[in-house]
Design a protein around this ligand. Structure first.
Ligand code: OFO
Length: 161
């Protein structure tokens, strides 16, 4: 049986993962609308990964006899002035998620809930991977001049990410 504080935090995270799914799906739509098909595909893949994050927490709550609680999900932004702004937004979002996960891990450690602490280690590793992905994309933006040719190259490259 989970402690109430852990349950609350896990439900918060569950809802944040729902937001992440919607955010990346919306970003995929924005990219597709602007003609960046490769990046649009990349964000669809990211959105599916976020859905996987939802189910991990959903299943964990169920498995521990706690009913998952889905609340209202904030709408993701739909306007970006540039592709760089969009990628930056995604990178900042991942950094926020990392902070949330760290706080959650801290709560489990403080309350000596080692089962949930162990469960969350996958998220810790996943956040490291996701921050690295978005940071490396931003680095490529800096390396390749953001003119039309540069953007085309990045779009093609991200089809295989
Ligand atoms: Fe992007 O890792 Fe979940 O939210």
């Amino acid at each position: 049986m989970l402690k109430p504080e852990v349950t609350t935090k896990l439900n918060e995270q569950l809802n944040l993962e729902c937001y992440s799914t919607n955010l990346y799906l919306q970003m995929s739509a924005w990219c597709h609308n602007k003609g960046f098909e490769g990046i649009s595909q990349f964000f669809q893949k990211q959105s599916r990964e976020e859905t996987n994050h939802i189910y991990r927490i959903f299943d964990y709550l169920n498995d521990t006899g706690t009913m998952p609680l889905l609340g209202a999900i904030q709408a993701p932004p739909i306007h970006f002035s540039s592709l760089t702004e969009l990628i930056n937004f995604a990178y900042e979002h991942e950094k926020n998620i990392t902070n949330q996960i760290n706080r959650l891990v801290h709560v489990t450690m403080t309350l000596q809930d080692y089962s949930t602490f162990y469960f969350l280690q996958w998220y810790v590793a996943e956040q490291h991977k996701e921050e690295k992905i978005f940071k490396s994309i931003l680095d490529k933006f800096e390396m390749i001049a953001i003119d039309y040719n540069g953007l085309f190259l990045i779009d093609q490259m991200m089809k295989n990410q």
